[in-house]
Design a protein around this ligand. Sequence first.
Ligand code: SAM
Length: 435
Amino acid sequence: MGRLLFHVLAVLEEATNSDSPIDRALAAHFSNIKGRLTPRDHTRIRDMVWGVVRRYRRLLWWLEVNGQTPQVRKLLLADLVLTHGKNVQDITHFCKGGGGYLKRLTDSEARALSAMDGKRLADETMPEAVTLECPAWAEKGLREVFGDRFAEEVDALREPAPLDIRVNPFKGNRDDLIPRLEKAGCKVEKLDWLPYGLRITDAGRKAHLPFYERGEFEIQDAGSQVLATMVAVEPGQRVIDFCAGAGGKTLALAAEMDNRGQLIAADVHNKRLARAAQRLKRAGVFNAERKVLESERDPWVKKNKGKFDRVLVDAPCSGTGSWRRAPDSKWRRDETDLEELVTLQESILTSAARLVKPGGRLVYATCSLLPVENEDQIARFLRSRPDFKLVPVKDVWDTKMPSPMPETMGDMLRLSPATNDTDGFFAAILERSMD
Ligand SMILES: C[S@@+](CC[C@H](N)C(=O)[O-])C[C@H]1O[C@@H](n2cnc3c(N)ncnc32)[C@H](O)[C@@H]1O
């Protein structure tokens, strides 16, 4: 274990110092040390790294109460005691110092680890948000939106996320795909409440899902599928996905347009759009084009004002709704990032609204659950643009979805793991008046 810990710490330090996602730091580390560890070692390192990330706030609390500075190394050592049941003797043995091992324990570290010995990770004197691994910057907003369901909702954001797919109607249909996936070794559940959704409850031992390369489906969370459906695009319309990224929603919009009309995938990030282009091609979409924007205020927006039937703004956000998939994102943000995101979202929404034609619709969406990024943005927008009105989400749900709308939903779309068994999403449908 001593040698593995050396790699675990290297990955955690690399992710912290470069402020990069854990997945990226793991991939870079394994690529650097190519061939020096077994696949089993990789798995153990990955599990230990993610363990520290998932238990980060509780581990930090233990360091604080024992007078330790919040260093990554100390978090890892605390995790060995509080989660893996190791004691100071074991850890002294792992921390031999020298090449390939962690540095020797200091006296202060040894004292703190002894004080944690035999304790449970979740101490009853911890604040609720610490027990729930909720970062300080998100606590106020999540309490505001969930009220007395705060603990249940935040707890569900810590569960592993399911693997959902959206069957591509250009290439097949889900009733045909289910038995073929089952025959290939997958366990599949039909998500009847969605038009094209399936949940893979067990992907078998395959590294890649069968039939994916043929474009028969896309991997897409159920919530993301609902959101795209709420844009309610029709064949023949002019549609722009203003923050298209790698095209997850663009693909879902394209399926509804049946290759008729014009679909633009726009973003400031050229590389992401290039990935979107590949995915659109594989899915058999040929009415879509790319537009790389300099910023949300690119002169192209002015030139195309009032031209689109549907404008989707899937805004950059804090990602609180996606914590199941990226728990490390909680610890890479702070209050200042949130404020900057809110300013950017407001600017994107204001600019993208110019593209909507009279009678057309603007759908503003995020994968966040925080009111500052969601309801507050919509309230501010509607104050500044009285020519837009909110369309209750039920009006669209009832015409587009094969299932009744959940009773928990208000006029705006709000989905969460605890309530809807999806990632967390928000969307508001805004319609521009005819004059
Ligand atoms: C939530 S992601 C979009 C995900 C994508 N719609 C999907 O379904 O896969 C937000 C996107 O907004 C883009 N973005 C950031 N700033 C932007 C801006 N000023 N104007 C337009 N897009 C922007 C980012 O590059 C990112 O791809």
